[in-house]
Design a binder for this molecule. Structure first.
Ligand code: IPE
Ligand code: IPE
Ligand code: MG
Length: 234
């Protein structure tokens, strides 16, 4: 098949902001700022390319271990960019969701994320999912807790638990699994990203540093997907 088939759901590990800055003799924070600009542009590009779901890894549960300066700078950038993102989402008819445990963030940041979700909930062109304070293991543990609580409340019993039911307790409930996972900057690891959801996704690792990603790259990378695997492709 020569036709370019657009993957329905693309998940990205946006890595390489630090290296991008280092190559330019700049502080890491400048790399994160450039990376945020790329997120904004990628949301526009993905919507234009016809991707239905785009999930990006913005901050992992392990990223708290970075220096307090870097974590603080990232939080400031999130504050600023979620406001910019609201504008882009409205302009492009994009619905924004977040996954991960936001309870660890400052109150104003949580409120900003709530607002972003609330004010874009009826948008239909694309769903943009921000993974913030996200870890695949943490998500599975939180899902197991919710499941047990439902059990304790008498709402279900052990025999009711299926893969499908369990999926519904994850942060990604209702979202189709990614067809394609892209990692920028060359590292061949998953870094605790979407452990459950990537079970059958194609992986593509590019040496391109995240801030350097362009629409052309994104389109090219999206072509790497093998469209038909087990007949479940939409
Ligand atoms: C990814 O870039 C951004 C975040 C994890 C927030 P890095 O900061 O990990 O960049 P490198 O890996 O040091 O180049
Ligand atoms: C993964 O990148 C997390 C995000 C992109 C937010 P990292 O740079 O934090 O991953 P490791 O630590 O190199 O595995
Ligand atoms: Mg990194």
């Amino acid at each position: 098949m020569g036709e370019f088939s657009v993957p329905r759901h693309v998940a990205i590990i946006m890595d390489g902001n630090g290296r991008w800055a280092k190559r330019r003799g700049l502080p890491r924070t400048m790399g994160h700022r450039a990376g945020c600009e790329t997120v904004e542009q990628t949301v526009r590009d993905a919507a234009d390319l016809g991707i239905e779901y785009l999930t990006v890894y913005g901050f992992s549960t392990e990223n708290w271990k970075r220096s307090s300066e870097e974590v603080g700078a990232l939080m400031q950038l999130f504050r600023f960019y979620i406001r910019k993102l609201l504008k882009v989402a409205k302009e492009k008819n994009v619905r924004v969701l977040s996954i991960g445990d936001r309870t660890r963030f400052d109150k104003d940041l949580i409120e900003g994320l709530n607002r972003l979700e609330r004010e874009t909930k009826d948008n239909t062109r694309m769903t943009f999912i921000l993974a913030l304070n996200y870890g695949g293991r943490d998500e599975i543990v939180r899902a197991a807790k919710k499941l047990l609580k439902a059990g304790e409340a008498g709402e279900l019993s052990a025999d009711d638990v299926t893969e499908e039911l369990f999926s519904g307790f994850l942060d990604t409930a209702g979202i189709p699994d990614p067809d394609l996972m892209i990692r920028t900057s060359g590292e061949l690891r998953l870094s605790n990203y979407l452990l459950w959801q990537l079970a059958y996704s194609e992986f593509y690792v590019t040496d391109c540093l995240w801030p350097d990603l362009t629409k052309r790259n994104l389109k090219k990378l999206s072509r790497n997907i093998i469209p038909e695997r087990d007949g479940s492709a939409a």
